[in-house]
Write a protein that binds this ligand. Structure first.
Ligand code: ZN
Length: 87
């Protein structure tokens, strides 16, 4: 099963400078729900926004709380498997 591995204590600062290979997860601090954040679904006026500004606008689809946090990292396959990425 895929596991999300967060880059600890790191934020790109702005959404538009987040490398494409970095997976963004939106996490609700109120209920713990998390889902993949679709950077292409962000309104045009927020594409160059600060990550902190985007976090302030996140609303949880499960509980409705505005307690969103963005986590950055990547999915890994299991614990000891290291997969070579194509290209
Ligand atoms: Zn929630």
């Amino acid at each position: 099963m895929r596991k999300f591995l967060e880059i600890r204590d790191w934020s790109p600062g702005y959404l538009n400078v987040t490398p494409q290979h970095v997976t963004i997860i939106a996490l609700c601090k109120a209920c713990g729900a998390s889902r993949e954040f679709d950077r292409n679904g962000v309104p045009a006026n927020l594409r160059h926004a600060l990550i902190a500004d985007i976090e302030r606008r996140l609303k949880c689809s499960s509980c409705g709380a505005k307690a969103g946090r963005l986590r950055f990292g990547s999915y890994v396959e299991g614990q000891n498997e290291k997969r070579r990425l194509p290209g």
